[in-house]
Design a protein around this ligand. Structure first.
Ligand SMILES: [Zn+2]
Length: 492
């Protein structure tokens, strides 16, 4: 009823003269809603990001910025332009714009150098930055920065006053703020760019900022540095895999999806301080048409090494990532293990998992900072399970079996209520049955979640998830106790 008495025009309410009372109530309602929104920080960020996009449009179809290393106060960057066949212009900003081009799959020969850029990578700007309205010239930029981010203002002020700023004709300037990057382009007149003395530089500064403030073009850029790409979608405190030497054994249905997900979690990327983080993927098998229905790879990879093709796929997803295939039988040894920080066993082969688990412990490899993750699909594909060993006190792979009751080890935590589904065929593989692609995808997802809890020792080390519920026991999510005299981890 109230709606009919007032008029909504892009979130603006206009009171109708014939019934001020009801319309005023509606406005109060709206004010309450706004106050509620303000008390929810997540919504403020969303509101603020919407405002940014409106106030800081990009002059280009896209602007990508690589701001690493982010510990510097000011980064002297170069920019390059790329024009596609449709005439859309993409601006690349970084220490090395051709590196950004390579990562985006843009032909390096087609990019053209543009003006230099200064980037302020510290997240020093606050959310109040839109309160003053967007600046239109250099004087307003100075005023605005001084009000919302005094520290960034001082850095900017000093940098702009520097002689090199004019000599290099620095025309682009970007500020990293709450998850996004805003900036401006200022077209300095040629006489400013020719400043040859401190005096001339000072005069150029005074003129472009105070006397005849230079107009700016506001710009909005997207970060493309690994730090942002990896951390943007992680909760605060979730450990990523950058800078760790990760070994993935098995590039089958589970390993293929997992390889892609490991990459998104930072495997194959260097740490922020530059420590290399190679991802090694081993599988001796060749991809066949029988695999295609549940594998991340497609027909173009049939007949080729799974390990090599998964690595090629990753390099397409993330050009420049540090991935290495091992396409032959991989027999881990104590010496080899010490070359890795995280080992992921996606073989789904019980005998292999037992061997690997035992080796991780007997070799003394399993210690602070290391982790071995076993992932498998159980029985007919309705249950995916993962066990992560983060320290010697954790249960090992053998601890999941009961050796006491029979000569054949029985699972301590059976996944299926129908015992027929937990039986194994003679070769040590879990019962081979057809299952949909959802099962390996679920296993890969489970693996990522276990790796995200790598540093949280209170979280369960053994997690099971049901892809479909019929005939399946309730999920077993716990940290099992180690069994006495376990063949995998008992020390006499
Ligand atoms: Zn054990």
């Amino acid at each position: 009823m109230v709606e009919s008495l007032c008029y909504n025009d892009f979130e603006q309410y206009q009171l109708l003269a014939h019934d001020l009372g009801a319309a005023a109530l509606r406005v109060l309602d709206d004010a309450t809603e706004t106050l509620n929104r303000i008390s929810n920080p997540a919504s403020i960020v969303q509101d603020s990001q919407r405002d940014f996009a409106r106030l800081w449009p990009s002059d280009f179809s896209a602007t990508y910025i690589d701001t690493l290393p982010a510990d510097a106060n000011v980064l002297e960057c170069r920019t390059a332009l790329w024009k596609n066949a449709a005439g859309d212009q993409t601006l690349l900003v970084g220490r090395d714009p051709s590196d950004i081009a390579r990562r985006l799959g843009i032909p390096v020969t087609e990019i053209r150098p543009n003006w230099a850029a200064m980037v302020f990578p510290q997240e020093g700007l606050g959310l109040s930055m839109t309160a003053l309205g967007p600046p239109n010239n250099l004087h307003e930029v100075k005023h605005w920065l001084g009000a919302v981010a005094p520290r960034t203002h001082n850095l900017w002020h000093r940098a702009v006053q520097r002689r090199t700023h004019y000599e290099r004709a620095v025309q682009y300037c970007f500020f990293v703020t709450q998850g996004q990057v805003i900036g401006y382009f200022a077209d300095h007149p040629p006489k400013h760019r020719r400043a040859r003395s401190a005096k001339q530089t000072r005069e150029a500064y005074v003129e472009s900022v105070y006397d005849h403030p230079l107009s700016i073009v506001r710009l909005h850029a997207s970060r493309i540095d690994d730090q942002y790409l990896v951390e943007r979608n992680l909760s605060h405190g979730d450990p990523d895999l950058r800078g760790l030497r990760v070994l993935l054994i098995g590039a089958g249905a589970v390993g293929g999806f997992l390889a892609c997900s490991l990459l998104k979690l930072g495997a194959g990327l260097p740490s922020p301080s530059g420590t290399p983080g190679p991802l090694t993927i081993c599988d001796r098998e060749i991809l066949t048409t029988a695999n295609i229905g549940r594998h991340v790879l497609g027909l173009t990879s049939v007949g080729k090494s799974k390990a090599r093709e998964v690595c090629r796929h990753l390099s397409e997803l993330w050009p420049g990532c540090d991935v290495h295939p091992i396409a032959e039988e991989f027999v881990p040894s104590a010496e080899l293990l010490h070359g890795y920080d995280v080992v992921v066993d996606a073989t789904g082969y019980e005998t292999y998992s037992r061997f690997l688990s035992k080796l991780c412990r007997s070799s003394g490899w399993l210690n602070a900072g290391k982790a071995v993750l076993h992932l498998w699909i159980e029985g007919r594909g309705a249950v995916v399970r993962g066990l992560i060993q983060r320290r010697p006190a954790d249960a090992c792979y053998d601890c999941l079996w009961n050796y006491a009751t029979t000569t054949e080890p029985r699972p301590r935590f059976p996944a299926y209520s129908d015992p027929a589904w937990t039986q194994h065929s003679g070769d040590g593989y879990a019962t081979m049955t057809p299952f949909a692609i959802s099962s390996p995808m679920a296993a890969a997802a489970l693996g990522i979640d276990l790796l995200r809890t790598r540093t949280d020792l209170r979280s369960p080390s053994f997690v099971s998830r049901a892809v479909d519920a019929a005939g399946v026991h309730a999920g077993v999510n716990k940290s099992p106790d180690r069994i006495s005299k376990c063949p995998g981890c008992h020390r006499s």
